[in-house]
Design a protein around this ligand. Structure first.
Ligand code: AP5
Ligand code: MG
Length: 217
């Protein structure tokens, strides 16, 4: 099963992605995570994309598409993948369509006021990648023992810019995938567990449908 996960910054893509890939056995591909890892390691790619992430702007399509194509060409992706944060422009979506089969696009919908509050209070573990929120987790240290950090692009001004960029460049993808008839909206309000219940239901139905289509009986 090949899934695209859409949603505004802070909609909960990363939080749901972790559960989805564990439950459905998919490969999780987050372009944001790939970029941040490269920035941390100061690779050539990391140096090229650092300023874009700092400003909350999108990395140019050519660079982003190459990163995703390289990752999708690896053998583990044969078992199915979930793209988190890609595509984010109509250009990226068009190229993905030419190269890959998409079974479902999940769009997490959350009010902008809520996502802004979630992002400014998000804390992440630089060692194991676990994501927390100060509203529900008061400790400053991860369960793995590492000190939690505030993502550089989670400062209030940068969050505002990321939301504006999302509206201008990524929101049009909803209509694009509606026309293609492959998108399902998931209400992203409520707790992580509430959203997971809704997500699991939609994905379970899709998986059953795909199995019925391919079993030949
Ligand atoms: P990326 O890392 O993808 O960031 P994003 O899309 O802005 O989304 P976030 O990771 O901030 O939020 P999320 O939806 O994953 O929410 P999370 O689960 O963490 O991209 C970063 C940057 O990389 C971009 O700005 C761009 O520069 C570049 N980039 C990436 N992809 C690109 C592309 N395709 N093209 C060009 N450039 C690209 O949750 C957020 C917080 O809320 C957490 O604290 C969490 O604990 C909490 N939370 C989650 N769900 C709930 C819930 N249901 N209830 C309460 N709290 C919740
Ligand atoms: Mg994320």
């Amino acid at each position: 099963m090949n899934i695209v996960l859409l949603g505004a910054p802070g909609a909960g893509k990363g939080s749901q992605a972790k559960k989805i890939v564990e439950h459905f056995g998919l490969v999780h591909i987050s372009t944001g995570d790939i970029f941040r890892k490269n920035i941390k390691e100061q690779t050539e790619l990391g140096k090229q994309v650092e300023a874009y992430l700092e400003r909350g702007e999108l990395v140019p399509d050519a660079l982003t598409v190459q990163v995703v194509q390289d990752r999708l060409s690896q053998a583990d992706c044969q078992k199915g993948w979930m793209l988190d944060g890609f595509p984010r422009t109509l250009g990226q979506a068009g190229i993905l369509d030419q190269k890959q089969r998409i079974d479902l696009v999940l769009n997490l919908t959350v009010d902008f006021g809520v996502v802004e509050a979630r992002l400014v209070s998000r804390r992440v573990c630089p060692a194991c990648g676990l994501v927390y929120n100060t509203q529900t987790y008061a400790e400053s240290v991860c369960v793995c023992g590492e000190r939690l950090v505030h993502r550089a692009d989670d400062q209030s001004e940068t969050v505002k810019n990321r939301l504006a960029v999302y509206q201008a460049q990524t929101e049009p993808l909803i209509e694009y995938y509606e026309k293609a008839g492959c998108i399902k909206n998931i209400d992203g309000m409520g707790s992580v567990e509430d959203v997971w219940e809704r997500t699991r239901e939609v994905l379970g139905a899709t998986r059953n449908f795909l199995r019925a289509m391919t079993c030949g009986c």
